[in-house]
Design a protein around this ligand. Structure first.
Ligand code: GCB
Length: 622
């Protein structure tokens, strides 16, 4: 599914703003379906409130019950389509960029689409259901309940003891360390395409000496006869000059003296993007779509992660899509602020912990040269019941939707199929082996990893070994040996070495970090103080500085900013391992990261990358 945007042949009407909202608090969340709330205006069914879209619903009101609500919530929006969309030979789609977790949508009372899982888009063609010249009504029911088979999984607890729990009491448990924010999290878009339209584009890039190779496949829909469709494919450089053309549905474009896409720490001219202009036409329709193309390769050897055949070192962070009030709702100011903070801190990469992020963020990463490890929603798979057939098929569809959405982003260099599944379980082995194998069938050009809770000894692992890169999370002197900073060096070094020795492939420290309450100072350092967080990181740095000369290809601090979690006596106001507060203000450790990352980043900028850029610029100029 291509990103929804306006082009010469496509229009978009964003349906963000205030929607009507009602939680089904009948207990089983069935009332709305039993009473068919979608067939009439929502306010006729009961009391409704205003709810902003996009946003999580949890933190918008003062109602404690809504914050922790488990079950089905209902949204409704009225809109009037532009009159000129009534043109014949045009299609209209309704797209949700994401809603969490299970969504059912109706237009004017008619069911149009259902989708399982947050963080990925879904849409329906609504051409025949739209009423022109009058108001149309969208109704969406969203259920945030997590079960052993959902991704992420959870369980619902129904304690029976009437002396301890009120009648009807139940609670959602889950095994991931972030709040289960829910609602319509990303934009909702009504959009048009011509009758014949570009449904998908797949780009694979390669490089031979100085020539860039762009293999493309265009998938069209809406034509009864494919031989009647003509293709006009043009690749333009960043200055708008045509560098290659194609006239078939699939083909290869050659770019002599190509400007490669480099991460920003590898070149003074990073993130070079070409534009693929695709135009298709038959007797009645013309469709046009522009796609940004970064020419680059990703390869591995035993000890290095190579971008354009040069070693890349992840100066990274783990992250969340999380902010005050809006929860996990998409927000341009937060997104741009985060990218600016990353550049300020010298961060050249992040993992989309623990779910796919908004496409707008990946676009920015393409343009800024920030490298992304793109992760699925498989987090918190701790029990054998999370590795059954239903989970497996859910997982397969998440990987399909994820790869199909993000495959053309040069910034995405690796897929992560899961975070810390319980890989001591025998069932985890074949399960993850098959998920990784399937992901490689979907995309053979990128490595695939599975992020492991690294304290697990390599020799007991059943699953992480199937990944191309060992990605590992450890928290020495935090979870275990609490407060004993002096164990970090010995334990972290031994652990990383054990994994490398056993599996002989590049290793990334994908998470490590300590909680820190901003403004809490102690000397000597104790847990949760700014000083402890600083010392904790410095101990890990000693290990990284030794091992990056050998097989370590990245360090990714946990975590970019403090974020919300479930409530627990161990978590005051959520997870505080941020190097920034939740409001994106730096803790003292941020300066240490900034200094280290800029210093390492500057020293790894490859001269050859810049030479290659200059050479091709000079040749193009001649
Ligand atoms: C982890 C998880 C991450 C948690 C983190 C922590 O290993 O991958 O989601 O937030 O530990 O702070 O406990």
């Amino acid at each position: 599914m291509l990103y929804t945007k306006e082009t010469e042949s496509r229009e978009v009407k964003e349906l963000g703003g205030l929607w009507k909202f009602r939680a089904d608090d009948s207990g089983g969340s069935k009332l709305g379906f039993e009473e068919s709330w979608h067939i009439r205006p929502l306010e006729e069914t009961g009391y409704v409130i205003d709810m902003p879209v996009p946003s999580s619903f949890n933190d918008i009101t003062q109602d404690r019950k809504l914050r922790d609500f488990v079950g089905c919530v209902w949204y409704e929006k009225n809109f009037i389509p532009p009159k000129h969309w009534k043109m014949v030979k045009q299609r209209i789609f309704l797209k949700f960029e994401s809603a969490h977790y299970h969504s059912t949508a109706w237009l004017n009372g008619q069911h149009i689409v259902s989708h399982e899982g947050g963080h990925l888009p879904f849409q329906a063609e609504v051409t025949r259901l739209i009423h022109f010249g009058s108001v149309n009504r969208i109704t969406v029911a969203i259920n945030n309940t997590l079960t052993p088979e959902t991704l992420p999984p959870g369980t619902i607890k129904h304690p029976r003891n009437p002396n301890k729990y009120p009648k009807g009491y139940f609670a959602q448990n889950y095994f991931m360390d972030f709040f289960n924010y829910a609602g319509i999290h990303r934009p909702v878009k009504l959009h048009t395409t011509p009758n014949l339209y570009i449904d998908d584009i797949t780009i694979v890039t390669n490089v031979t000496k100085t020539t860039g190779i762009v293999d493309y496949v265009i998938h069209v829909k809406g034509s009864s006869c494919s031989s009647m469709v003509s293709y006009n494919i043009r690749l333009l450089d960043a200055d708008g000059h045509e560098v290659a053309i194609g006239q078939t549905a699939s083909g290869q474009l050659l770019v002599p003296n190509a400007n490669l896409w480099w991460p920003y720490t590898m070149s003074d001219h990073p993130a070079y993007l070409y534009t693929l202009k695709v135009r298709i036409e038959d007797k009645t329709s013309i469709d046009v779509y522009d796609l940004a193309v970064g020419i680059r390769t990703v390869k591995l050897n035993k000890t290095k992660f190579l971008i354009n055949d040069k070693p890349f070192y992840f100066l990274g962070i783990g992250k969340h899509e999380d902010a005050d009030i809006r929860g996990r709702g998409f927000d341009y100011p937060i997104m741009v602020k985060d990218i600016n903070l990353m550049k300020w801190l010298g961060i050249n990469s992040f993992r989309t912990n623990h779910y796919p992020y908004a496409e707008e963020i990946l676009d920015l990463c393409d343009r800024h040269g920030i490298v992304v490890i793109d992760e699925s929603t498989a987090v918190g798979m701790k029990k054998a019941e999370n590795f059954g057939d239903i989970s497996f098929y859910n997982h397969i569809s998440v990987m399909e939707e994820l790869v199909s959405r993000d495959k053309n982003h040069p910034s995405v260099v690796m897929w992560s199929v899961a975070n810390e599944p319980n890989s001591t379980l025998a069932v985890a082995g074949p399960y993850m082996k098959n998920i990784i194998k399937y992901t490689k069938l979907l995309d053979s050009t990128r490595p695939v990893t599975l992020v492991t809770g690294g304290d697990l000894k390599a020799r007991f692992d059943q699953a992480a070994k199937y990944g191309d890169v060992i990605c590992m999370n450890t928290y020495y002197s935090w979870y275990g040996d609490d407060g004993h900073l002096d164990v970090i060096y010995k334990q972290a070094e031994a652990n990383l070495r054990e994994w490398f020795d056993m599996y002989q492939r590049p290793v990334i420290q994908a998470e490590y970090g300590a909680g820190c309450i901003a403004g809490f100072h102690t000397d000597p350092p104790v847990m949760f103080s700014e000083e402890y967080q600083e010392e904790f990181l410095k101990e890990y740095f000693r290990v990284f500085d030794e091992l990056r000369r050998e097989f370590l290809v990245g360090e990714m601090v946990w975590v970019f900013a403090d974020f919300m979690t479930h409530q627990s006596t161990k978590l005051a106001g959520g997870n505080t391992k941020g190097i920034l507060t939740r409001q994106r203000q730096p803790k003292s450790v941020a300066k240490i990261i900034k200094q280290r990352y800029h210093q390492i980043g500057n020293s790894t900028t490859t001269e050859s990358a810049d030479q290659a850029y200059c050479q091709s610029k000079c040749k193009n100029a001649k």
